[in-house]
Design a protein around this ligand. Structure first.
Ligand code: SAH
Length: 370
């Protein structure tokens, strides 16, 4: 159930879901500039609690105290000696998502979810193993950023900027399968929060029409394509969506994106032992990367509950990377963050949530306000 497309039937959620609703949220008796003030507290000068919104009347601060965010924060975890945070957010309908913040010196990168669960069922990804729950609304995607910024301001990650400098759509879900809301979330991140579109990365497993729409939209965002295999046989086994959009089409769409945006694409490759880490896969990948002039990111597989797959050894990863480099391809071996708290790539899922909508689990671990 999405929101109704506006008009008289629209019922205002008790939670903030879109900045345009803020004016309604502050109520009929309030002057119009209150909406703008609230927006500033949420997006430009973020605070976690309404009590710190010093230019709002006390009564309004109290009335909004429980309605500031479109979710409850069920869990906050810290890892990598305070270089990584993970939050578990629970929406009023019971759907749950996760977001991960990572400090890298001059950058603070936030990995956001675009859907609760995922329908694409990539075999090695925990989110895919647990099925699809629902699309996130634009405001729910935006709120992950707004909340992280408010939080980081008071508790920054170790030696990293106290606000998000980069956003990657690499959390739960397939962003390009939720296109209109992803698009609106990007617009809001740029126009409300003031992010540079160049610091936003959309990661896709190869939703071809989505790649083309993103290429035609105005923002110079970055594109990451999760490839994992360089032939259709293997790729269709790992990434079922490949049967619908085979490699050649994904490559064509990526080339179109590169032509339109002139922004270097990255190809993501999860290194799975004895599955996609041999020489012929490396050669196939090198050929694709060269044609696209793309950068390759190799990520050792992180363990997931429903798969027996194991990561490639570091020796094999080193050799795979060397093969790519010897063919003129730029390669980075990505470090793994947050494995102890299941916050690493492909590990996001919500424990206890089957994704089948068994009704709201309203465990309240941390109450946000008061
Ligand atoms: N659906 C999008 C966004 C999720 S991004 C996409 O697939 O691109 C998640 C990234 O982590 C992708 O590059 C994905 O391939 C990778 N990934 C998934 N499962 C993983 C695992 N178990 N170990 C390491 N990386 C994984």
């Amino acid at each position: 159930m999405g929101p109704s497309p506006g008009g008289t039937e629209q019922v205002l959620s008790p939670y903030l879901v879109h900045p345009d609703e803020l004016t309604q949220l502050v109520g009929a008796g309030e002057p119009a500039f209150r909406g703008r003030q609230l927006r500033e507290w949420l997006y430009s000068n973020p605070v976690l609690h309404t009590r710190d919104m010093t230019n709002l009347p006390i009564g309004l601060r109290r009335a909004l105290a429980d309605r500031l965010w479109p979710f409850e924060v069920e869990q906050h975890q810290v890892a990598d000696r305070r270089a990584t945070y993970k939050w578990l957010f629970r929406m009023p309908d019971g759907a749950a998502i996760e977001a991960v913040a990572m400090g890298y010196g001059r950058r603070t990168t936030l990995c956001v979810s675009s859907q609760a669960g995922c329908a694409l069922a990539c075999t090695f990804c925990a989110t895919g193993q647990f099925g699809f729950e629902r699309h996130l609304q634009a405001g729910e995607i935006l709120a992950q950023l707004a909340y992280a910024n408010a939080f980081l301001r008071s508790r920054p990650l170790r030696s990293a900027p106290p606000k998000v400098t980069n956003v990657v759509f690499m959390g739960m879900g397939e962003p390009l399968a939720n296109y209109p809301r992803l698009r609106e979330a990007i617009r809001l991140m740029v126009e409300e929060v003031g992010m540079s579109a160049r610091s936003l990365t959309v990661s896709t497993v190869g939703v071809v029409p989505g790649i083309r729409r993103l290429a035609d939209d105005p923002w110079p965002v970055k594109l990451a394509v999760s490839l994992h295999a360089s032939d259709d046989d293997l790729r269709s086994r790992l990434v079922p969506l490949n049967r619908r959009y085979p490699l050649a089409e994904v490559e064509k769409a990526a080339a179109y994106f590169f032509r339109k945006k002139r922004r270097r694409i990255s190809l993501e490759w999860t290194m799975i032992r004895d599955v996609n880490d041999d020489l012929s896969q490396a050669e196939g990948l090198a050929a694709i990367a060269r044609r696209l002039r793309a950068h390759v990111n190799l990520i050792a597989l992180n363990p997931t509950p429903l798969s027996a797959d194991r990561p490639s050894t570091s020796e094999v990863i080193r050799r795979f990377a060397a093969t790519l480099r010897s063919r003129g391809v730029n390669v980075t071996v990505r470090d793994t963050r947050g494995t102890q708290i299941d916050a690493a790539c492909g590990q996001l899922r919500v424990e206890g949530s089957s994704g089948k909508g068994e009704g709201p689990a309203r465990r309240r671990v941390l109450k946000l306000t008061r």
